[in-house]
Structures are given as structure tokens and as C-alpha cells.
Design a protein around this ligand. Structure first.
Ligand SMILES: *Cc1c(COP(=O)(O)O)cnc(C)c1O
Length: 408
């Protein structure tokens, strides 16, 4: 057995991770359909828990219309797509979903991927690799999927200071005006919940003839009159060259996509290996996602978005009343700052075991060392009682663990 020697190496690195408090432990949950946000916990002490860190932000993963669409398509078409998009895997459900996505963002075309991660990785790497002399200018807090895509592009790259339009402008000004440039950024940043100054970024990018690449993963379904994201809300979608999103968060299913001009989308479709050489999503997934998007485009979506923001505001009010420190931001993400990886994990463990409250500790490398946090994501389906219960639990723990409070 030679593998033992390799295992020793693996264990040593895992031990180092554990010593730092950065070893990841997954909760084994069974989500209960119809009882959102409740789940059965198959680990630890077991029992029912309230999920407080889900990215199924509106509970659409359990919406009856979404489930009906999924069931009906399974019955009509079976389980899988049966091939890559090129070889027998492009079904009617995929084409309809892409039309729905293009319409959501007011773009001529859309292209589906197996996840948001893959869409960022494939689109950015293809653009950067195939635009001769291209420089990608990436916001310093961009998601790992964008960073990996940019790395894989092997083109010139610059990292600009987070949301700093002047830094971006300075960097663009120093580049050859004739060479292609891509400004890559997000709308809602998932860990701090802050929102990019999209209009200013577009102004600067347009001045320098740079293309803009906007990840709206944490905004689609949640913002804008039809759930088209922050760019839709601010009337800016038509100025963004490429909008990328996920079907796995607010839309409650799985999958990723890009939208843009016919030529841009056809280009990625034709050259991105992460699109071409993989089995298409199951048609039932595509049908469910399309239904979720349709629901969120309409009146019910507007109602859910308003209820979502009300619940977020209530949680913040409760935390403020108790002096629990949380990062203020204009989005739906409520980061409670612990700033210590070991305490962060300990708090999460106690919340789960003693209070039936499930929140995953967010540690390095997802956030910088010293910025460890509990990231709460209230949904419209978290009741006011549940919100109060969470705030009371944090109040208890802050006293027991002698953690610092904010003094009003
Ligand atoms: C989650 C996430 C992705 C990846 O989307 P998936 O559909 O989960 O693969 C991309 N960008 C950002 C900012 C994300 O948070």
C-alpha cells in the first residue's frame, strides 16, 4: 500500500486546518418540504432545526408551482437530459428557460450552465483567453468562481480596490486605449452584503470602452420590479455587457447562466469548454427554474420581495436592541461579526445543539482572518417568533461567552 504515505500528507494538512479553527464540518440536514425553513438534523443531537443560513432566500425551492413544474416534467420527459447540449441534450425545457432568462434581464440572449460557479468560470476564462491582448479588471472581493475563471483565462489581470471607482478609473486610464478590457464585479457581495455603485462603474467602463461583467447571483429574484436584480432596479441592465446569475439561490433550484447580446452569447456557447463538454441539466430542473422565475417576475414575486425586506429589517432591529454587532448594509444579508474562528464555530455549535438554530460559521478563506462571522439570511417564511427566538438566543450567548456588545 503506497496510499498510506499520501494519507499522512493529507492528514497533516487537515490537522493544520483544524488547529486554525478553519476545518469545515457540514451539517447533515433533511429539509422539510412545506415547513420551510425547518429541517431535520441527522448529525449531533438530531431533532428539528430552523435553518438560518440558507441561500434559498425566498423559499422558492418548496413553492408548489415550482414543484408541480418539476413533477410534470419528470413524468413527461424522465430524469436526465440524455446528453450534452450539443449532442441530444438541448430539450424544449432548456430553450424555454433561456428565453425566460433573456427576458428577465432585458437581453437578446441567454445561456444556461450547470451552476453559477461554472458559468463564471467558463465565461470569464473564454472571454479572457479569446480576446487578444485583453486585460480583466476584477473587484478585490469577487467570488472564487470569477477568480478561477480569470486565472484560467491566462490574460493580463488587475485587481481593483473593492467598489472603488477611482481606483478602477486610474487603472483603466493606464491601459492601452485600443486593447480589450473587461471590468468584472458583483452587485450584492454575499459576505458583507454591500452593493456595488453600478452606475459609476458603468460610467467609468464606458469612458474607457471596457466591457462590463456583472455577477448578480445574490440579487436575482430578490431586487428589481421583476426580480431582475440590482441592475434592473436601477434601470441599468441595458448598459451592462454581460449579466451572470444563478438558479440555485433565490430561484431555489440549481444551475447558472449568462445573458447578453446574441453575438456574445453565441461566442461563449461556441468556445467555452465548461459549457460544451458536460451533460445538460435535467429538463425537470430547467422547467422548475423557469417556473420559479415566472412566479418571481409577477405580483407574487413583488409581495415576497417586500416581505423578505421586512423580515430582514425586523432581525436587524432585534439585534440592535440587544447590542449584537452586525455589519450594516443595504441588502438582505445580516452578518453578525464574531472575529475569531474558534469562537465563531463554538457559537454555531451551541446554537445548533441547545437552541435548534442552524447557522454555519463563516471562516477563512471565505472571509479574511479576523472577520469571522455568523451570516444570517432571513426569508419571508421565517416567522416573527423565530426571529425573536434567534435574537434571544444570541443575547444569551453574548452574555455567557462575554462577547463584546455595541453600546448605543
Ligand atoms: C454562490 C455564488 C456563485 C456560484 O453560484 P452556484 O450556482 O452556487 O454555483 C457565483 N457567484 C457568487 C457571488 C456566489 O455567491
Amino acid at each position: 500500500m503506497t496510499s498510506g504515505r499520501y494519507d499522512d500528507h493529507f492528514r497533516a494538512q487537515l490537522d493544520a486546518l483544524k488547529d486554525e479553527g478553519n476545518y469545515r464540518v457540514f451539517a447533515e440536514l433533511e429539509r422539510r418540504c412545506g415547513a420551510f425553513p425547518q429541517a431535520r438534523n441527522h448529525g449531533g443531537q438530531g431533532g428539528d432545526v430552523t435553518v438560518w443560513c440558507g441561500n434559498d432566500y425566498l423559499g422558492m425551492g418548496q413553492h408548489p408551482k415550482v414543484l408541480d413544474a418539476m413533477h410534470a416534467t419528470i413524468d413527461a420527459c424522465g430524469a436526465g437530459a440524455g446528453g450534452t447540449r450539443n449532442i441530444s441534450g438541448t430539450t424544449h425545457a432548456h430553450v424555454r428557460l433561456e428565453r425566460e432568462l433573456a427576458d428577465l434581464h432585458g437581453k437578446p440572449a441567454a445561456l444556461l450552465f450547470t451552476s453559477g460557479y461554472v458559468s463564471n468560470w467558463a465565461a470569464l476564462s473564454t472571454l479572457g483567453a479569446r480576446l487578444p491582448g485583453c486585460t480583466i479588471l476584477s473587484d478585490s472581493l469577487n467570488h472564487a468562481s470569477m477568480i478561477e475563471g480569470i486565472r484560467h483565462a491566462r490574460c493580463a489581470k488587475q485587481v481593483w480596490r473593492h467598489n472603488d471607482v477611482e481606483d478602477l478609473d486610474r487603472r483603466l486610464s493606464a491601459l492601452n486605449p485600443e486593447a480589450p478590457k473587461i471590468v468584472a464585479f458583483e452587485s450584492v457581495y454575499s459576505m458583507d452584503g454591500d452593493i456595488a455603485p453600478i452606475a459609476e462603474i458603468l460610467d467609468v467602463a464606458e469612458t474607457h470602452n471596457a466591457m462590463t461583467y456583472l455577477d448578480e447571483v445574490h440579487a436575482v429574484g430578490l431586487y428589481g420590479p421583476r426580480g431582475g436584480g440590482i441592475a434592473e432596479r436601477e434601470g441599468l441592465a441595458d448598459r451592462v455587457t454581460l449579466i451572470e446569475g444563478t438558479l440555485g439561490k433565490a430561484f431555489g433550484v440549481v444551475g447558472g447562466y449568462i445573458t447578453g447580446s446574441e453575438a456574445l452569447v453565441d461566442f461563449i456557447r461556441s468556445f467555452a469548454s465548461g459549457f460544451i463538454f458536460t451533460t445538460a441539466l435535467p429538463p425537470a430542473i430547467a422547467a422548475a427554474a423557469a417556473e420559479s422565475i415566472r412566479v418571481l417576475k409577477g405580483f407574487e414575486g413583488a409581495r415576497l420581495r417586500a416581505a423578505h425586506q421586512r423580515k430582514v429589517a425586523r432581525l436587524r432591529d432585534r439585534l440592535d436592541a440587544m447590542g449584537i454587532p452586525h455589519l450594516p448594509n443595504p441588502s438582505h444579508i445580516v452578518p453578525v461579526m464574531v472575529k475569531d474562528p474558534v469562537k465563531c464555530r463554538m457559537l454555531a455549535d451551541i446554537l445548533l445543539d441547545r437552541y435548534g438554530i442552524y447557522v454555519q460559521p463563516i471562516n477563512y478563506p471565505t472571509v479574511p482572518k479576523g472577520a469571522e462571522r455568523l451570516r444570517f439570511t432571513p426569508s419571508p417564511l421565517h416567522s416573527e417568533t423565530e426571529i425573536d427566538r434567534l435574537a434571544d438566543a444570541l443575547h444569551d450567548l453574548w452574555s455567557q461567552c462575554a462577547l463584546a456588545r455595541v453600546v448605543a
